[in-house]
Design a binder for this molecule. Structure first.
Ligand SMILES: C[S@@+](CC[C@H](N)C(=O)[O-])C[C@H]1O[C@@H](n2cnc3c(N)ncnc32)[C@H](O)[C@@H]1O
Length: 423
């Protein structure tokens, strides 16, 4: 496979370092102040780690320092032959947040799944001399790169880097107080969970019907229960735990496509949708209006749990859909028709009414199914506390499902998403 891996920034010679050092120190401190103000760093140990570790020593040569010391820019370090991202140094806000979500502290043993070097160095600072950090990656290019960069930055004897497919477990690695998974996972494999101490915490970006949340889980009797979540995207998990999406490209008759991406529940016969983009369009509105400043990312999670046929949507430049600005990339398929999440100006100025537009003979049905879930979210979840996620490994029995609980089957167990009104 043709891949591109990017080298590390060369360390400047000591005679030319002082001006550069003071610039990187300044940028690093500004970044940390921003992460503190955003509430992404909440503890003094994590703050000290971010003020100490030179992030620029772990990114490819030529990466602008403003991008290196940015709150939400990841830096890509490896792509595949199609340009898809295989590895990156994650954005600082999510690195900070995951370490805080995990509650990493002095003396702990921490496993990082997905290497790069920088995050492992942060973890080494947080756990200190009495702790231990093991970082594993499925890709030998990445472990070699991380090993060399950690060595050069002075962390060579504080982090153990190993090559492994974490979904199969890490041979001889033992038990960890904390596990941080830094690739997008669809499942929580038993072999990985076996490394988690009984009172341990695992933080994992979990994919739920195409919607990802980075979730901190703790053991609760025979299952895991969430303690916090964060919005973030990650490069996908590879190896035995890889779970490719199914992508259907609907032609618009002019050489362009609208793509529907399914995580689970792809339609049996997608050809029913042949020619659908040429069909009449319809719209159904919900009477649910949102202000411009209101976050409604939870609607997507609600759809992912409760709307059968849910998918992600993308439109090629030049398609009619691409030219429109009043929709979000979430859809639902019903037989020969599909609907997508849309909005229009509401009666009250500054607010938008949520709804669905649809293509196809049964478009109204598809749009109505989506609108019913927008209304359900509005009644049960809007503005409320975030849901609780629980993972029930195969062989355990989830609590009886009552109220607003979405149930998603995974390979190694069952995930439930309980919205607070259900309890
Ligand atoms: C976002 S990068 C890691 C970033 C790194 N933790 C950091 O913050 O700098 C995700 C990594 O996960 C690795 N990965 C993907 N699937 C894996 C698996 N099954 N086991 C171990 N590593 C995996 C990829 O090779 C990639 O390098």
């Amino acid at each position: 496979m043709a891949v591109a891996i990017k080298g590390a920034l060369k360390v400047a010679s000591s005679s030319s370092t002082s001006a550069a050092d003071s610039r990187t120190d300044r940028l690093r401190n500004v970044l940390v102040d921003e992460l503190l103000a955003m509430g992404k760093i909440t503890s003094s140990r994590v703050e000290a780690a971010f003020r100490t570790v030179p992030r620029h020593a772990f990114v490819p040569a030529g990466t602008p320092l403003e991008d290196v010391y940015h709150v939400d820019k990841s830096v890509i370090t490896k792509t595949d032959e199609h340009g898809a991202h295989l590895s990156s140094v994650s954005a600082t806000y999510i690195q900070a947040r995951m370490i805080e979500q995990a509650g990493v502290d002095a003396g702990m043993r921490v496993l990082e799944v997905g290497s790069g070097g920088y995050n492992a160095a942060l973890l080494a600072e947080v756990v200190g001399a009495a702790g231990a950090v093991v970082s594993v990656d499925i890709d030998a290019d990445i472990t070699e790169r991380a090993t060399a960069l950690l060595e050069a930055a002075g962390y060579g004897d504080r982090v153990t880097v190993a090559q492994a497919d974490a979904s199969l477990g890490v041979p001889d690695a033992g038990i960890f107080d904390r596990i941080l998974v830094t690739a997008g996972a669809w499942d929580l494999p038993a072999a990985l969970l076996e490394h988690l101490a009984p009172d341990g915490v695992i933080v994992v970006p979990l994919r739920m019907n195409g919607v990802t949340r980075t979730i901190a889980f703790r053991h609760a009797a025979d299952h895991l229960v969430s303690t916090s979540t964060e919005l973030a995207g990650f490069v996908p998990m590879q190896g035995v735990g890889a779970r490719p999406e199914r992508i259907f490209r609907l032609p618009d008759g002019k050489g362009r496509h609208v793509s529907l991406r399914f995580d689970t529940g792809a339609p049996q016969d997608i050809h029913l949708l042949d020619g659908v983009l040429a069909a009449e369009r319809t719209a159904v509105w919900s009477s649910v209006a949102v202000a411009g400043s209101e976050s409604f990312a939870d609607v997507y999670l609600w759809f992912a749990g409760f709307l059968p046929g849910f998918c992600l949507l993308a439109a090629d430049a030049g398609t009619d859909l691409h030219g429109e600005r009043d929709w979000f990339p979430f859809g639902v398929v019903r037989g020969d028709s599909f609907a997508y999440f849309a909005f229009r100006p509401a009666a009250v100025e500054g607010r938008s009414e949520l709804g669905a537009r649809a293509y196809g003979a049964h478009g109204a049905e598809a749009a109505t199914a989506m609108v019913e879930q927008i209304r359900a979210w509005d009644r049960h979840a809007r503005g409320g506390p975030e849901p609780t996620f629980a993972f029930w490994p195969t062989g355990t029995a989830p609590d009886a499902v009552v109220g607003d609980v979405a149930v998603l089957d995974k390979t190694s167990g069952r995930l439930t998403i309980s919205w607070p009104t259900a309890s």
